[in-house]
Design a protein around this ligand. Structure first.
Ligand SMILES: NC(=O)c1ccc[n+]([C@@H]2O[C@H](COP(=O)([O-])OP(=O)(O)OC[C@H]3O[C@@H](n4cnc5c(N)ncnc54)[C@H](OP(=O)(O)O)[C@@H]3O)[C@@H](O)[C@H]2O)c1
Length: 325
């Protein structure tokens, strides 16, 4: 497993467990089993949010980590109500209220990385950032981060941090994968300039890039497409066909497409970690060592050429969250 410096003192695995599975698709026992498998594979980083499964994700994580909290780096987020509206979520009084609830659910005194889930267009950014910095000084969080901030909003946050001698944000989460690369245009240059790593999610395009879907076959048991109408809509014949060509290309290079997609997402210096929605211990084991893979350039070119066909034909971006700033 490869690691990246989340802070000077914290080395996080480049593959993180995605927490929006817990509570929705994994019960408490399954959640604990995922943590066991992840630890065996060298993963020490989990990402969740107060809004995931209306708090149940944090509760399950708290129970799973009760006896091993110090071995894990826990990231959580505030800033989305269940309706998906980020306005006013970044108000200091809201942040203060929400972090106490998250700490209780997670059964911990501190959150390693506390992130604004979305840019809040209704609250001056500096008010939110000052509050996060105060929480850091109080020891309730080890670092603060952002999520779904555009390049311009990330730059504004970094400039503010620079002016007020605050640490730079530790990461900005962005949707990023082989078939949805918009983050390269706006977020990558800012991340490189300020040394604020990106934490990427959606790396498997909600499972499309596992190549498990086949035209004419029933949807695989327990697959995400059975639960997600929007994913079913994205699974058009041309997508499935091209993904299978990508899988063949990966196989010719000795990897599964899932492994190649994860390794590809981690190939740039701007990316600190890939947050992946692994749903079973088998999925954890099959993908964990992808962080150690270095893909040869001709393989990358071949994969990208095929992926561009999908990206060009499906401009909706495959599950990309809206950016508010
Ligand atoms: N900041 C944000 O706004 C934001 C938004 C979305 C997500 N996230 C974070 O990113 C995490 C991941 O997002 P995501 O789940 O939407 O996207 P994802 O990681 O691209 O897709 C997850 C899906 O990929 C499949 N999968 C996972 N591991 C696999 C493996 N080893 N082999 C084959 N298939 C595998 C599973 O599909 P099946 O279920 O079909 O097996 C799973 O449901 C979330 O849990 C969350 O922590 C953040």
């Amino acid at each position: 497993m490869r690691f990246f410096p989340l802070t000077n003192a914290l080395q996080a695995s480049q593959i993180a467990l995605g927490g929006n599975i817990f509570g929705y698709f994994c019960d408490e026992k399954e959640t604990a089993a995922l943590f066991d498998a992840a630890e065996e594979c060298g993963i020490n980083f989990v990402d969740t949010a107060d809004v995931y499964s209306a708090g149940l994700s944090e509760t399950f994580i708290g129970n799973a980590l009760k006896t091993r909290r110090d071995r894990w780096i826990v990231a959580s987020k505030i800033g989305l109500e269940s309706g998906g509206d980020p306005r006013h979520c970044g108000r200091p009084e809201n942040i203060r209220l929400k972090i106490e609830a998250s700490l209780r659910r997670l059964q911990t005194d501190y959150i390693d990385l506390y992130q604004m889930h979305h840019f809040d267009p209704a609250t001056p950014l500096e008010e939110s950032l000052r509050c996060l910095e105060a929480l850091r000084r109080e020891g309730k969080i080890r670092a603060y981060g952002l999520s779904n901030f555009s390049g311009a909003a990330l730059k504004a946050a970094c400039d503010f941090a620079g002016c007020y001698a605050m640490p730079m944000p530790t990461g900005n989460q962005r949707h990023y994968n082989l078939i949805a690369r918009a983050a390269e245009q706006d977020a990558f240059p800012v991340a490189a300039r300020y040394g604020a790593p990106l934490l990427v999610y959606g790396v498997l395009a909600r499972g499309i890039l596992s190549a498990k879907y086949k035209t004419g076959d029933p949807l695989p048991k327990q697959s995400r497409a059975l639960r997600s109408p929007s994913l079913r809509q994205d699974l058009t014949g041309d997508v499935i066909e091209t993904v299978h060509q990508m899988a063949q290309c990966a196989e010719n290079n000795g990897a599964s497409l899932s492994q190649a997609a994860v390794a590809w997402s981690l190939r740039s210096q701007e990316v600190g970690a890939a947050i992946i929605g692994m749903r079973s211990p088998e999925q954890v084991r099959s993908i964990a060592h992808a962080a150690d893979l270095t893909l040869p350039s001709p393989f990358i070119s071949e994969l990208e050429t095929l992926a561009r066909q999908i990206e060009a034909a499906h401009a909706n971006g495959f599950g990309v969250a809206p950016l508010y700033g």
